[in-house]
Design a protein around this ligand. Structure first.
Ligand SMILES: Cc1ncc(COP(=O)(O)O)c(C=O)c1O
Length: 199
């Protein structure tokens, strides 16, 4: 049974110690590794890649993909190639992303501490784009969303992320997209919406 490793965020690690992909661990286990340009260049390119330790799996996947979509756009593949082959570009770009996302993560953690009602918990991510919030049990975050939208702030309700049972008092927050000032403002507004939901 091959291990499928979906790693869109590995390059966006801004804290903690480096993590070796499962595909890079010693041993003769079978693996399929997925990467994407979506989180490090631009999502609209729709260019991703797959590496596998097993040539037979690779051949079968190539056939499956060709019969699904013929092939990924050669124009966008060429755009990615011309971008990443510039010496030093990707390393420089990634280090900017890591620095900025790390700062925004910290801004969001500070704002959560200041503006969220007691009883809420959240993760302290070492990388990526998101943190995960658990509110008190009484809050259903799908019902919270319209209240938050009225405050002009949005988030992703957590229930669809669960496999076996929807845990309704969870939500996902993105910290990569907005400036530190807007993050602070957004968390203040969301904290206000949560306060209303908890009344
Ligand atoms: C865990 C995970 N895997 C894969 C992807 C898909 O990336 P792509 O934009 O290449 O389809 C995402 C995008 O949000 C993701 O969060």
């Amino acid at each position: 049974m091959p291990i499928l490793e979906d790693d869109p965020y590995g390059e966006l690690r801004f804290a903690g110690s480096p993590q070796t992909p499962i595909a890079g661990l010693p041993g003769d286990h079978s693996w399929i590794y997925l990467g994407t340009s979506s989180k490090i260049l631009a999502p609209g390119l729709r260019v991703a890649w797959l590496v596998t330790s097993d040539k037979r799996v690779f051949d079968r996947l190539v056939t499956a993909k060709q019969s699904t979509d013929l092939h990924t756009s050669t124009l966008t593949q060429r755009l990615v190639w011309e971008t990443v082959r510039q010496a030093g570009f990707l390393d420089g770009h990634l280090s900017v992303l890591r620095r900025v996302y790390g700062q925004r993560r910290t801004a969001m953690l500070t704002a959560l501490q200041t503006h969220f009602p007691s009883g809420c918990r959240w993760t302290q991510p070492d990388g990526g784009l998101f943190l995960w919030v658990t509110t008190p049990d009484s809050v259903d975050t799908e019902n919270l969303l319209p209240v938050a939208l009225a405050e002009k702030v949005a988030f992703v309700p957590g229930a669809p992320f669960w496999i076996d049972r929807p845990v309704k008092n969870t939500l996902r927050l993105n910290f990569s997209n907005a400036s530190e000032e807007r993050i602070s403002l957004g968390i203040e507004r969301l904290g206000r919406a949560l306060g209303k939901a908890l009344q």
